[in-house]
Design a protein around this ligand. Sequence first.
Ligand SMILES: C[S@@+](CC[C@H](N)C(=O)[O-])C[C@H]1O[C@@H](n2cnc3c(N)ncnc32)[C@H](O)[C@@H]1O
Length: 328
Amino acid sequence: MADDPPKKKRRPFWRKRVRRSTAAGEHRPVLLAEIVAALAPKPGRAVADCTLGFAGHAAELLKLVSPDGLLIATDLDPANLEPARVKLEAVGGLFALHHANFAGLPHVLAAEGVSGVDGLVADLGLSSMQVDDRGRGFSYMRDGPLDMRMDPTRGRTAADLLNTLPAGELAAAFRDLGDEPQADAVAAAVVAGRGASPLERTGELRELIEQAAPVTLDRTPTALSERKQRLAPVARVFQALRILVNRELANLQQLLRVLPDILNPGGTAAVISFHSGEDRLVKAAFRDGLRAGVYEAVSPEAVRPAFEERTANPRSRSAKLRWCRKKS
Ligand SMILES: C[S@@+](CC[C@H](N)C(=O)[O-])C[C@H]1O[C@@H](n2cnc3c(N)ncnc32)[C@H](O)[C@@H]1O
């Protein structure tokens, strides 16, 4: 009788080769043409990019306000500033970069001696470079430390929150920030897991979610791929944690609150969001500002990426852009 062929040992998912990664040169700013159309930046104007990232939007805005206009940009992640500076220096023109939270934009403008801007862009969430860096712990596709802070110089890490928050608070976050239907079960599994030993790695968290939130596969012809369906609870819980760690909704609310003071009369702000909770906040703030006469116009609908962009850049698929124009 022939011997059984040797059994292949299954490698954990993070040892498998992951193909997707973003080199800085491949960076594609989301909804760039639509942002330029909304802001219509002119030479000599002052503009702010409060989510600098790899300066995709910022470089285009700087080109359009140059030679005598000014770009002021902020990012929570200090690692983004130097590569962005190199990119913007190649464009030329006047710009100032700040390692700062956009919630504090009025202080940044004051430090630059600027009383207001004619255009502002906020492209919320993470840059693809942050997601692809396993050391940051944002991705469930690569094992890494459970950090998830956009600003690694301050604040509590994902591990810290997972290992200390009560089950009820974790469940509320998974439900409210990630729309996870099995939030209670995942939170209970986190609490049970950390009782054995503190959670430290994204790989551990992923496995724990997969066990706690089983998926009933939809096999209808229009359903998502089996892989996507199986990963959906993991994606939702990771998103919720990231939003929680970085206080993303509170920061956005503060930006929306100070926006009327930051914009010059007739100035336009454009916000790109990737999460329904964010988009709801933006829509409500712009609508309320319009009703109160603070804004003279707002986008009637969310602007979505065209088919070509969605195909070329899958990360753009959930993007929604809304703009508001301050009363002249
Ligand atoms: C989607 S990326 C921006 C990409 C950029 N528009 C480009 O074209 O390269 C979002 C960036 O915003 C930063 N960010 C997120 N929340 C922030 C906040 N509250 N204040 C400042 N920067 C923030 C992130 O660190 C990240 O670099």
